[in-house]
Design a protein around this ligand. Structure first.
Ligand SMILES: [Zn+2]
Ligand SMILES: [Zn+2]
Length: 672
């Protein structure tokens, strides 16, 4: 492998080769990092066609003063670019050079300014929301300028009760597919499903380099392997790194969250800086890793932030989120109180630092650790490989071997904190998990809080565990879980440090977004500088304004096994809803091809249909079918379509008349 290859951010890197490449890349960057970062930022104005002087000066000077001077110059350059007609020419030329056709930004640069545009000349930076706004889940935002698009996150959402049988919900990415030659990269803020879950579906259609930290990439890689995607270009970044993607300069900032390796993004665009908070909290005593980089955030604020996109999950909660360390203290005290009992801790597999705390305390109390649940095994495996999780030798045992130990010697770490029907804990509670049988000497600690909507399922699990004689500890009883999201005071700190000119709250339902807008106004921001966006919205950012532009095609796509459908037009969903509400009748009639007569009594089967007053309509329906066969010229109706249609219609009318119900009717004609 050549040196050039090793440092290329576009290099496909997988498994051990990937690690090697990453290491080489990091080593190289640690010496060249500053130089490279400088280059990144000095190259930016080049795109704008006016950067010769700036880049020369930047290379000559150094240090903080120079940094400031450079920032000033860049600002000045941007302003002059903005005024310059030369920029228009250059910019047009550049778009034509690249694609051989007019770029999107050129349209806005043309003589006729679009309706409602406040400024002539400079095109806006577009912030396009494809998911994760007005909802908590399937995060995906695109930032576009001219011929460049970068994507932030590619998340999924789990289906609600409206979507029976659906596995996953992902954002509609048709806008990105239509513009795929503009997409320069995918930036993933962290490895939670609502940020990384749709990566395989995105890369299948828009294969671009993926930039994320080590753990995020390891989790993403697992997903790509499941989908047999081998051509992905995974580029490992560290907090503090700066990269250039098209006209955008991106800096990754370390933040705290309920998963290791979470970052925020500071994105320099031709119209000013956008700060994307990612999911974050301010944890001054994190269990592992660094504190959120408040000093860099303050610096970024001083340098100037045009637009803040900030998560809103916990905006309804007063005060501060507790530190992850609190959980360790509670766990320690629970372990010491339950010395002679077997302990089972359920937690999110992705919360590697939580898993680390449980393991550390298990080691302290001389217990062996068994893992239970597929995602727990997968994540722990990935985290050990990249050194994010440390387990002393001999501590981990197979869950099958727990019977060889006394209860007091065992801790089981399990999935299933949300009462998911197939999870290890749910199956333990209902007694159909043969590897672990719950009894009166078990203490079960549920180290998580219910995701809204899951409460019923979780309390059912807790009730079942109590019924089996176990003792259960959960969030409302002990400080056994802390959130990964910033509460009000932490959000205020971020706003105050960044002092953005404009603000769009993200990562929240509508009520969260509204509350977050109110919080920003309480801090002195004008209502005119805040936008509440929705999925499909395109917000246009110019150097002195934000406004809504033209919306893009957007929505949800449903994943069921290996098939994909749009939520809005899903026939399958309509059928499933219909079936779940009204049930189904399946009618089978066997007719003679030669005579057109019925050869046997029609079969009528119904499922999920409530017969009023125990009435039996089966014989009536049989008679209807017999009449239909008699009245149809079966020999002429070669594909039985006429007969099928008439049976369906008449049976449907009959059932509706009798019951006011509207079940699905299926008619099969067998021709012999
Ligand atoms: Zn998250
Ligand atoms: Zn999230």
């Amino acid at each position: 492998m050549t040196r050039a290859e090793a440092s290329s951010p576009l290099l496909p890197c997988r498994s051990s080769e990937k690690e090697f490449v990453l290491k080489q890349k990091q080593e190289k960057e640690s010496t060249q990092g500053k130089e490279k970062a400088k280059r990144v930022y000095t190259e930016m104005p080049l795109f704008l066609g006016n950067a010769k002087d700036i880049s020369k000066n930047s290379i000559k000077t150094d240090g903080k003063k120079a940094e400031e001077a450079r920032a000033k110059e860049t600002k000045a350059a941007l302003a002059s670019v903005h005024r310059s007609s030369e920029h228009r020419n250059n910019s047009n030329r550049m778009h034509k050079d690249k694609d051989g056709k007019r770029g999107a930004s050129e349209e806005t640069l043309g003589q006729k300014p679009r309706k409602g545009r406040r400024r002539k000349g400079k095109p806006p930076v577009k912030i396009i929301f494809l998911g994760g706004i007005g909802e908590i889940g399937k995060n995906m935002t695109a930032i576009e300028y001219g011929n460049d698009i970068i994507i932030i996150d590619a998340g999924l959402t789990f289906p609600d009760e409206e979507l029976p049988g659906i596995d996953l919900v992902i954002p509609d990415i048709s806008y990105l597919v239509a513009n795929k030659n503009k997409v320069r990269g995918l930036l993933i803020t962290h490895g939670h499903e609502d940020h990384v879950g749709a990566i395989a579906y995105l890369l299948k259609e828009v294969n671009v380099p993926v930039y994320a930290t080590k753990l995020t990439l390891a989790l993403a890689d697992n997903k790509l392997r499941e989908h047999r995607i081998n051509r992905a270009q995974l580029v490992c970044i560290n907090p503090g790194d700066k990269i250039k993607l098209g006209c955008f300069g991106v800096e990754f900032i370390n933040v705290n969250h309920s998963i290791a390796g979470a970052v925020a993004l500071s994105i320099d665009t031709p119209n000013g800086r956008i700060y994307h908070s990612g999911d974050f909290k301010i944890d001054l005593t994190p269990v592992a890793g660094e504190q959120i980089d408040l000093s860099r955030i303050a610096e970024i604020g001083r340098e100037g932030v045009k637009l803040l996109l900030c998560e809103s999950t916990n905006v309804e909660r007063l005060g501060y989120t507790m530190s992850e360390t609190v959980v360790g203290t509670t766990l320690d005290h629970l372990f010491s109180e339950n010395m002679n009992r077997r302990i089972i801790v359920a937690t999110f597999a992705s919360n590697v630092h939580r898993v680390q705390q449980i393991i550390d305390i298990a080691v302290k109390y001389r217990r062996k650790v068994a893992l239970s649940g597929r995602s727990m095994l997968n994540v722990v495996d990935a985290a050990i490989k990249i050194g994010e999780l440390t387990i002393p030798e001999g501590v981990l045992i197979d869950v099958e071997k727990i019977k060889n130990y006394f209860d007091r010697e065992i801790v089981i770490i399990s999935t299933g904190t949300q009462g998911e029907p197939m999870s290890a804990l749910t199956r333990m509670a209902s007694g159909d998990f043969n590897k672990v049988t719950i009894g009166s000497n078990d203490t079960i600690i549920i180290s998580a809080s219910p995701i809204p909507g899951n409460e019923k399922m979780i309390y059912k699990v807790i009730n079942n565990l109590y019924r089996k004689g176990a003792n259960v500890v959960y969030e409302s009883l002990e400080k056994i879980h802390v959130s990964g999201h910033a509460c009000q005071e932490e959000l205020k700190i971020l706003h105050s440090l960044l002092k953005p000119q404009f603000f769009i709250p993200v990562h929240g339902e509508y009520r969260h977004l509204k509350r977050h807008a109110r919080l920003a106004m309480d801090l002195g921001m004008s209502e005119n500088n805040i936008l509440i966006a929705d999925i499909g919205n395109c917000v246009e950012l110019t150097p002195d304004a934000i406004q809504f532009g033209e919306s893009v095609s957007s929505g949800s796509r449903l994943v069921d096994g290996s098939s994909l459908e749009d939520r809005e037009n899903s026939v399958v969903m309509k059928d499933r809803k219909h079936l779940s509400e009204d049930g189904i009748f399946v009618i089978t009639a066997c007719v003679s091809e030669r005579t057109g007569d019925l050869l046997s009594e029609p079969s009528v089967v119904n499922r999920g249909f409530v017969m009023p007053n125990n009435a039996d309509y089966v014989s009536d329906i049989r008679r209807i079918v017999e009449n239909c066969v008699e009245q149809t010229d079966v020999r002429a109706d070669v594909d039985s379509s006429e007969l099928t249609a008439v049976i369906k219609k008449q049976v449907k009318n009959f059932i509706y008349k009798k019951t006011k119900q509207n079940p699905v009717i299926m008619a099969n004609i067998v021709r012999v």
